[in-house]
Design a protein around this ligand. Structure first.
Ligand SMILES: *[C@@H]1O[C@H](CO)[C@@H](O)[C@H](O)[C@H]1NC(C)=O
Ligand SMILES: *[C@@H]1O[C@H](CO)[C@@H](O)[C@H](O)[C@H]1NC(C)=O
Ligand SMILES: *[C@@H]1O[C@H](CO)[C@@H](O)[C@H](O)[C@H]1NC(C)=O
Ligand SMILES: *[C@@H]1O[C@H](CO)[C@@H](O)[C@H](O)[C@H]1NC(C)=O
Ligand SMILES: *[C@@H]1O[C@H](CO)[C@@H](O)[C@H](O)[C@H]1NC(C)=O
Ligand SMILES: *[C@@H]1O[C@H](CO)[C@@H](O)[C@H](O)[C@H]1NC(C)=O
Ligand SMILES: *[C@@H]1O[C@H](CO)[C@@H](O)[C@H](O)[C@H]1NC(C)=O
Ligand SMILES: *[C@@H]1O[C@H](CO)[C@@H](O)[C@H](O)[C@H]1NC(C)=O
Length: 405
């Protein structure tokens, strides 16, 4: 699975796929800062908390990384569920500076991740990360962050270690990773008896791997982009309508962006049309940039920086920024359609934030045994800057829970 994901980044266009572009989120309604008091129901008693200055007027995703000397919230000792391939220190990474930065939005402060707050909000609920190994990367970060409050219990894992379910019994909270490379239904094409790595994508049919779980889910975090970077055939109904990244005579190359747009459209349509579903809080986590330098993954490219770069130094602002734009557009469309149904759609816009963190990848410390010397500049070390995805997710959930919109 990882091999194929890295293969996919074989295209130079994925390198440093970040850019600077200001998008005004039209669905961001301004609000005055205010202090609110809420009652949280914990297992045994009601706890009253005060949240100051939580306001939708603050764009969480515009800001900068600033030094932060505090210890990380977890380590590879305190968190026993860090996957082998994300445990960079276990594989010999020595520099620790990359752990000592925090994200500071321009107009507000975000508090440190609080596992207490998170678990008290999601009590009795189910949260699912739907997507590929980067979706799983975020779930693994959340598992570690929450395990400081309650030790999670694994209740399901598929044979390939892709989809899994964890429970936090004291908080009656269920956390899932649902493996789906494309969000839509896909079958790998075979050639002469072996898998080709190329898929038939059914753009009007969502992948049952996640859609059948939908009625049980309260929070769904969708991502997915990496697997689209190769040759695939696109179907609508039973008709082959074209392909992506292909050079097949008499077949239209509809382009990567087209396929990605249609996949997210299909996913959000499914949510808005699901009669047996609750009001799902849906989050789209935008494109996570990779940072190969001095070559691609298979031509000696690597990522051994030890510090963030400034926003003006993020290089390679190429056409892949377009992917993020498409994702923003699709969430806006879904928001409009979902509004009267009571469904909430939000964007977890980490593309620019992570573009500044070439220092956060495993690089040569990803325990890559099948191809030594190759760097992983796609996934993120745990602990590491990816933990901010869940810090931001918590802020979004707080805003939703306390209706600060
Ligand atoms: C909240 O906002 C007020 C006024 O805007 C400010 O004086 C105060 O320091 C803020 N509190 C925090 C915790 O940021
Ligand atoms: C944790 O990291 C240290 C280096 O900081 C490493 O020596 C150790 O093997 C790691 N332990 C585990 C359990 O991953
Ligand atoms: C756990 O949460 C579910 C869904 O909200 C609820 O039906 C169930 O009663 C809860 N169980 C306990 C033990 O609180
Ligand atoms: C659905 O999950 C199974 C088992 O994890 C996996 O083999 C299959 O590739 C998944 N389907 C899609 C379309 O991702
Ligand atoms: C198909 O596989 C057979 C046996 O592995 C091999 O001999 C043959 O060359 C392959 N054909 C093509 C077209 O790749
Ligand atoms: C492409 O389409 C044209 C017209 O339909 C047909 O004459 C030609 O044989 C096709 N070429 C291939 C390679 O299928
Ligand atoms: C890439 O090349 C530059 C200049 O030669 C060097 O400073 C940098 O460390 C290299 N990075 C990697 C990951 O090899
Ligand atoms: C990164 O790798 C390049 C090439 O291997 C090397 O020249 C450079 O010194 C390395 N930089 C750091 C910070 O280790």
């Amino acid at each position: 699975m990882e091999r194929s994901l890295i293969n996919m980044c074989n295209s130079a266009s994925v390198l440093f796929c970040t850019a600077i572009l200001t998008i005004v989120f039209t669905f961001y309604i301004l609000n005055y800062p205010r202090t609110i008091t809420v009652q949280e129901y914990s297992q045994t008693n009601i706890v009253t908390r005060h949240y100051e200055n939580v306001s939708r007027s603050c764009n969480l995703f515009k800001g900068q990384w600033i030094p932060d000397m505090r210890d990380t919230l977890y380590t590879n000792f305190s968190c026993t569920t860090i996957p082998y391939r994300r445990n960079c220190f276990f594989h010999g990474r020595k520099d620790e500076d990359f752990l000592h930065w925090r994200w500071k939005p321009e107009q507000c402060e975000i508090p440190r991740f609080s596992s207490k707050t998170f678990l008290s909000i999601v009590q009795g609920k189910t949260m699912a990360f739907v997507g590929d190994s980067l979706a799983r990367n975020q779930m693994d970060s959340l598992l570690c962050l929450l395990s400081t409050e309650e030790t999670p219990k694994e209740v399901y894992k598929d044979a390939e270690d892709r989809s899994m379910t964890w429970e936090f019994p004291k908080h009656n909270f269920t956390l899932m990773a649902l493996w789906s490379q494309f969000l839509v239904s896909a079958t790998e094409t075979m050639f002469n008896g072996s898998a080709t790595g190329s898929f038939d994508l059914h753009l009007d049919k969502v992948d049952r791997n996640w859609s059948e779980k939908l009625p049980f889910i309260d929070y769904a975090i969708f991502s997915d982009v990496q697997w689209f970077f190769r040759q695939h055939y696109l179907y609508e109904g039973s008709n082959l309508i074209g392909c992506i990244l292909c050079q097949v005579p008499n077949m239209t190359d509809l382009g990567l962006n087209f396929a990605i747009k249609r996949a997210f459209q299909a996913a959000f349509k499914q949510i808005n049309e699901c009669k047996s579903c609750k009001n799902i809080f849906t989050v789209l986590r935008t494109f996570s940039p990779s940072h190969f330098e001095n070559g691609t993954w298979n031509t000696g490219g690597g990522c051994n920086r030890t510090q963030p770069v400034k926003i003006e130094d993020v290089i390679g602002r190429d056409s892949n920024w377009e992917l993020r734009k498409i994702q923003v557009e699709e969430i806006e469309t879904a928001t409009e359609k979902g509004e009267y149904l009571g469904n909430r759609f939000e964007i977890l816009d980490i593309t620019e934030i992570m573009g500044m963190r070439p220092d956060g990848h495993p690089g040569l410390y990803g325990g890559n045994t099948w191809m030594t010397g190759y760097s992983d500049c796609i996934h993120w070390c745990l602990p590491g800057p990816i933990d901010v995805w869940n810090e931001l997710l918590l802020e979004m959930i707080k805003r939703q829970t306390y209706s600060l919109n």
